[in-house]
Design a protein around this ligand. Structure first.
Ligand SMILES: [Zn+2]
Length: 614
């Protein structure tokens, strides 16, 4: 394959972060919002009588809401374009001076937009069912169906317009200030590893080193660094969770809401689904533990330590780096087995320069998929250095991008899916690539390298993610009764790890509450279980291939297209005829993981035998 672009070209949006058109665009958006406020405000006074509106009043109000909706869509589109441009620039160069000034401005404008819309949002929750039916019958407003109906499920949790506005306004510097503090801290902490001072991002990469001493030094260095700031992180976690509990209490004047109910509402799943998912996984925790034992065996260790869980597979000699072109080619071939269009899409992403992968000096860590709103173009960010892990990350993000791509003709409001369903598309794409690689593998050594990825996923998703869930549940419960000090947080993390990992680790990661940024995300709690959901859910879908034969891609594509306008339960019922509130659905997926771990164990055994023979 010819050489591909590995650097974004976003110049058809703006020339650079110093492009004067950014300021012009932001000014235009601000005045649009000001005019939106004028249109929305009267709805504040209509809330009190919303439930008893006479049908003859409907038409005029629907016309007003339609104008507001169209204006809002246009604002969101323009603001998203600027925001994606600025945040993309910051990913590639965290030190870009203009982008660093624009970002907080943009966050402020988003909050202003939410505040502007509040009277209408509250009105639409309070109004009668008859009004909503009339409203959604309008073709221009039909795209609001899911979001309006879903919001109305929390009708009794809503506060007055003024109270809602106060919460949104105060949260910018209050609640989210704590999240920003964590990010600042993580960006400034230095770890001492083997006498050398390095930032956290670099230290995190060293956890994947093939040298055990380096991994241990990195793990200890990271924990040492966080220990020095543990009082600060304890303040952050207490503030964020205290804020959420207080807000939940304020909203619970009519009906008390459990903190997991709120998370499930955001994830668009029912509590019974979450319970079935977590209970089934707990019953099968031995699968993840077996993966750990086999990994330990392959690494000649009696047990894995926390610094070994990201160790690369043992290879004879140096593993050859995979070029970016080869990675795209490999992924495209794997995707094409589902449908050629998906393979062509992966190549197109790279040809158009929609993937930024080249290591740059002031690059942020991690990988993600984002998009521009107009024209709708996906973008992928990752740092590609030629490892098999990098190839899988690229496949994962291309899965997200494909999800966006198959929805490209849908109205924007119908393309907003929850995290649970987002992670389904990405992990499905990873599965396609792993399966293809496994079939192409020339010998057991290569098979082991690929099966290693399956084992690492099982450990991460069946044990680590649930341990995070366990910790967060304990944290929220403890925060109800008062401030939770750092030592208590460490003890809680210890117990959560013990609950899931049991005897499979030589020690537990007690500082994980501080070192894992996910607990300090101010926007939403219980950030982690959607990954477990996506993992098992995508395996469950993947397992249906033989049942649907040639129809499978159509079924899968239609399922993806509905993710923005249905709950997870409804999507699965409609497209696969299954009930995810039942353990059976999850058990079937766990059986697939169990099979891949059994295969991994056999490959490890085979390797050990061949080593003893030599
Ligand atoms: Zn993802």
């Amino acid at each position: 394959m010819a050489q591909l672009l590995q650097t974004w070209d976003n110049t058809h949006f703006f020339q650079g972060t110093d492009d004067p058109r950014i300021a012009t665009e932001i000014d235009a958006v601000k005045s649009e919002i000001a005019s939106l406020v004028t249109g929305c405000e009267p709805f504040g006074d209509r809330i009190a009588t919303a439930e008893i509106l006479a049908p003859e009043q409907f038409a005029a109000l629907i016309a007003e809401i339609k104008a507001i909706h169209l204006q809002r869509n246009s604002i969101v589109e323009r603001l998203s374009n600027v925001h994606t441009f600025i945040s993309s620039t910051l990913s590639v160069n965290a030190k870009d001076p203009d982008a660093n000034i624009w970002l907080p401005t943009l966050q402020q404008i988003w909050a202003t937009l939410t505040q502007a819309m509040t009277p209408v949002d509250v009105f639409l929750v309070r109004v009668s069912d008859a009004f909503v039916t009339a409203l959604l019958a309008d073709p221009a407003l039909e795209e609001l169906s899911f979001s309006v109906i879903h919001s109305r499920r929390l009708k009794d949790q809503l506060l007055s317009v003024d109270e809602e506005k106060i919460i949104t306004g105060l949260a910018v510097t209050g609640l989210h200030g704590w999240g920003n503090l964590y990010d600042k801290l993580a960006g400034s902490l230095q770890c001492t590893i083997n006498g050398e001072s390095v930032g956290l991002a670099k230290a995190a990469n060293l956890l994947g080193s093939d040298q055990r001493t380096t991994r241990e030094a990195a793990w200890r260095g990271i924990n040492q660094a966080w220990s020095g700031s543990q009082e600060t992180v304890a303040m952050i976690l207490n503030a964020i969770n205290g804020w959420r509990l207080e807000e939940t209490q304020q909203r619970g004047r009519i009906r008390t809401l459990h903190y997991l109910d709120k998370s499930c509402h955001q994830s668009r799943i029912e509590r019974s689904t979450l319970d079935a998912l977590m209970d089934s996984t707990y019953r099968h925790r031995a699968v993840g533990q077996r993966a750990m034992q086999a990994m330990a065996k392959a690494l000649d260790l009696p047990k894995l330590a926390p610094w070994d869980v990201m160790a690369p597979p043992p290879v004879v000699g140096e593993a050859a780096a995979i070029s970016f072109e080869a990675a795209i080619d490999l992924i495209a071939q794997a995707f094409s087995r589902l449908t050629p269009a998906m393979g062509d899409f992966a190549v197109m992403m790279a040809q158009k320069g929609w993937i930024d992968a080249t290591p740059t000096p002031h690059r942020t860590t991690g990988a993600y998929c984002t998009k521009f709103a107009n024209p709708r173009e996906p973008r992928i960010f990752l740092t590609y250095e030629g490892t098999m892990g990098n190839v899988m990350t690229l496949a994962h993000e291309l899965g997200h991008a494909w999800h966006n791509w198959v929805m490209i003709d849908l109205p924007v409001m119908k393309t907003r899916y929850s995290m649970t369903l987002a992670e389904t598309a990405s992990i499905f794409a990873e599965t396609l690539v792993r399966e293809a690689l496994m079939q192409q593998a020339q010998d057991p050594a290569q098979q082991l390298e690929i099966a290693w990825q399956n084992a690492e996923s099982a450990v991460s998703l069946l044990l680590n993610i649930p341990a995070r869930f366990e910790f967060e549940t304990r944290l929220v419960e403890a925060r109800k009764t008062g401030f939770v000090i750092a030592d208590q947080l460490s003890a809680m993390m210890h117990d959560s790890w013990a609950y899931w990992f049991e005897e499979s680790l030589s020690e537990y990661d007690e500082m994980f509450w501080a070192s894992k940024l996910h607990f300090s995300i101010s926007q939403l709690g219980f950030y982690n279980y959607p990954y477990l959901f996506g993992y098992l859910f995508s395996l469950g879908i993947y397992a249906q291939r033989s049942k649907y034969g040639n129809q499978f891609n159509e079924v899968y594509t239609n399922l993806l297209r509905d993710t923005g306008s249905m709950t997870a339960e409804a999507v699965v019922q409609k497209h696969l005829g299954q009930d995810i509130r039942q353990s059976t659905f999850w058990e079937d997926s766990l059986k697939i993981v169990e099979q891949s771990i059994a295969q991994f164990e056999a490959l490890v055994e085979q390797r050990q035998r061949s080593l003893t023979l030599v």
